[in-house]
Design a protein around this ligand. Structure first.
Ligand code: C2E
Ligand code: CA
Ligand code: CA
Length: 680
């Protein structure tokens, strides 16, 4: 580089007249128009032009690549800043390549625009002489890879057109490229160690902040022979974004944005090793939303998704940022925390968490209540392998769910053996209908006013060949998971109607209630299927009642509504089961033909809920719905309910569920007038 010739006070014409006499080829290139504006005689010869006019008529832009345009702009900037340069240059007069060493400088046209003055300092001869040299120069000119040379202080010595185009004007130093100083520091230290380094970093470019794959290596400046740094860079932003997205998707749950199972499995071993090294422990908590499936089924998947998102947010807020959260699947979440150390601390922490998670969720169209069941296990006490711990926490969660919804359990060895039983049962359950191992039992329902048996609730039992009678609490949820409940539910209805028909001969006013699972109501053609069974049994339908849980009523689902209207039309009563445990909202009574409310047994036995129970009873009376108390075990409970005007009760006070023949014996006794069974 040398000082500027543009500072010359000579006019364009004066300068040309001086240059015309020079023996070396000299020409003026109009950068904007892509034509040669002027050439001296040796240049005309070099270009193999007939005369100046013919040379002027040649358009150099017609087959020029975008890189050349950038290079020209770069040169023009250099000229404006008073810089000149000497470069290897290939021209193509009449299509034949000629290699030159050219000196480029600026010259101002009469109209004030900066043009390029080319002076061929020497013909380097035929392009055959140094073909590789020329080709590599040409490649450097045209490549999209940004190639720059810096001295050891990071001051730029050369930029190829792609680099010139990419780097913003203020880039005065290699360091200026890097968005994060740390990236620059580590790239340079890597360079110092291994003399070359590749890295993907965020850099400032004329198009904003972009991700570039950068290769830095030590080399020598070919002009001065001084050590230098050669940088080649490629924009990999699109690839980086795609990779980041793929990585995010692989390790996160798309719905809630929480880490997924894969991330948990990946991180846990390192995390556990660190915790063990510190001789500390961690708690793994398996969190499962109660009745999520029925919310999803009745309110729809959109509401289900919204609830999961809100739930995940609640989890984030209720836990510490140090805790590892993950969504395992559907409504199953994991918290891995190191926080509470003692059993007491853990318990109060869990209680706080439970309190936060159990608050109602205000979604866009619904307010949803959803309790959680949690299972806990400790690392390393209950294992150090994440899969083992997940299984143990799951077992504890399953216990929590089995015993009482909305609670937590801490894993124990005994649970583990109970759990293997669950798996065993699950397998055997599949063929339970074929093997004819199901039985229907009947729990008497009695009038609180007269003390007489007025009906029964049909309750399913599994007579297992080895284990004896198994409670439905152990297998109904499994049947619901597998969909087996659909066939079994229809079997139950068939049996119950058959019994009802035969008992109606003894007492025409007798009622038999049958538990109908939510899935049965949601099945397309639900009403037709169930009514066909009822029809077939020849019982009086006014003695039949269907018990359904509140969650089924919430969605205002047209299939459910249609079914219930059809049942109502057929004379079948509709009872809301387990009232008080879920939403306790009587609003849906307006939408559905409800004839009966069954107060859950957790209310009947609990003094602290007496006020609510009283309220439910009085409200039901106002709404003219029959009210039944479940799980009445003591005379006090019986009397209390009777005083409040509750209509019926069932419970161990009078009898648990008994077999069909036993129930028949009970009503036969009851209807022998002399032996009427009364409580007081
Ligand atoms: P549920 O409908 O709430 O049935 C009442 C449960 O309370 C029965 O449990 C009954 O045996 C129990 N129970 C009755 N009186 C008392 C009492 O005084 N004290 C106590 N502690 N418990 C009492 P069971 O038979 O184990 O049934 C459990 C649940 O399984 C039922 O709860 C019901 O949700 C479901 N279930 C039973 N049979 C069927 C069925 O045929 N179809 C469907 N879908 N679900 C069924
Ligand atoms: Ca029931
Ligand atoms: Ca119930």
């Amino acid at each position: 580089m040398s000082s500027s010739p543009t500072g010359s006070s000579l006019s364009y014409a004066d300068r040309l007249s001086v240059l015309a006499d020079v023996a070396l080829p000299i020409w003026v290139f109009d950068i904007d128009k892509g034509i040669i504006d002027w050439a001296n005689e040796p240049a005309l010869l070099l270009w193999e032009a007939d005369d100046l006019n013919e040379l002027r008529s040649r358009n150099f832009f017609s087959d020029q690549s975008s890189r050349v345009a950038i290079k020209l702009e770069q040169l023009r900037d250099d000229f404006l800043n008073g810089r000149t340069s000497t470069e290897q240059y290939t021209i193509f007069p009449k299509g034949i390549p000629k290699s030159l060493t050219c000196r480029f400088s600026g010259i101002v046209l009469p109209d004030g625009r900066m043009a390029m003055l080319n002076q061929a300092c020497g013909d380097t001869g035929s392009t055959q002489e140094k073909p590789e040299n020329l080709r590599s120069l040409n490649a450097l000119l045209h490549t999209s890879v940004q190639v720059s040379l810096y001295d050891l202080d990071g001051v730029p010595l050369h930029n190829n057109p792609a680099a010139y185009d990419a780097w913003p004007e203020h880039t005065k130093n290699l360091a200026d490229h890097f968005v994060a100083k740390q990236d620059y520091v580590s790239a340079l230290s890597q360079l110092a160690i291994s003399r070359e380094t590749q890295t993907v970093v965020e850099v400032h470019t004329s198009a904003g902040e972009r991700w570039h794959e950068i290769d830095l290596r030590y080399t020598f400046d070919a002009v001065t022979g001084h050590p230098a740094i050669l940088m080649s860079a490629t924009d990999v932003t699109d690839r980086k974004i795609a990779q980041d997205k793929a990585a995010f998707l692989a390790f996160h749950d798309t719905l809630t944005g929480l880490p997924n199972r894969a991330q948990l499995l990946q991180k846990a071993p390192t995390l556990f090793a660190q915790i063990m090294a510190r001789r500390q422990s961690a708690t793994l908590i398996f969190v499962d939303l109660d009745r999520f499936k029925s919310i999803n089924d009745t309110l729809g998947h959109m509401v289900g998704d919204e609830l999961l998102i809100a739930f995940a947010e609640r989890l984030r807020q209720a836990t510490d940022t140090k805790d590892l959260l993950a969504r395992l699947s559907g409504d199953e979440f994991i918290i891995l925390t190191e926080e509470p150390q003692t059993a007491e601390q853990l318990e109060s922490w869990i209680n706080r968490l439970e309190g936060a998670l159990n608050q109602p969720y205000d979604l866009s169209h619904h307010t949803v209540r959803c309790s959680v069941s949690m299972g806990l296990c400790r690392m390393p006490d209950n294992g150090t392998d994440i899969n083992q711990l997940l299984q143990n926490a799951d077992i504890a969660m399953y216990e929590a769910k089995r015993n009482r919804r909305g609670s937590f359990r801490v894993f124990s060895r005994e649970m583990s053996s109970r759990f293997s039983r669950k798996f065993q049962l699950e397998k055997q359950l599949q063929t339970v209908l074929e093997r004819d191992e199901l039985e229907l039992h009947y729990q008497p329902r009695l009038s609180l006013e007269t003390g007489e048996i007025v009906g029964a609730e049909a309750l399913l039992r599994w007579r297992h060949p080895e284990e004896g009678l198994i409670s439905p609490a152990d297998f109904i949820p499994l049947m619901e998971e597998t969909g087996l409940i659909l066939d079994v539910g229809e079997w139950v209805l068939k049996q119950a109607c058959k019994s009802l028909a035969s008992w109606q001969a003894l007492d025409p006013n007798l009622t038999v209630s049958v538990n109908i699972s939510g899935q049965q109501c949601l099945r397309p053609g639900a009403a037709e299927r169930l009514l066909a069974i009822v029809d077939h049994a020849n019982c009086h339908t006014d003695g039949l009642e269907f018990e359904i849980t509140e969650s089924v009523l919430l969605g205002d689902n047209p299939v459910v509504r249609g079914s219930f209207q059809a049942f109502h039309k057929a004379g079948i009563g509709l009872a809301v089961d387990d009232f008080g445990t879920g939403y306790s909202n009587l609003a849906y009574i307006q939408n559905y033909p409800i004839s009966c409310i069954k107060i859950d047994r957790s209310f009947v036995g609990d003094q602290s809920k007496a006020a609510i129970t009283e309220l439910i009873i009085s409200m039901s009376r106002i709404l003219d719905v029959k009210i039944i108390a479940e799980g009445v075990e003591t005379v006090d409970q019986h009397d209390w309910l009777k005083q409040r005007g509750c209509h019926e009760y069932q419970g161990f006070l009078f009898s648990p569920a008994v077999s069909g023949p036993e129930f028949e014996a009970l009503i036969r006794t009851a209807y022998t007038p002399a032996q009427k069974i009364r409580i007081r």
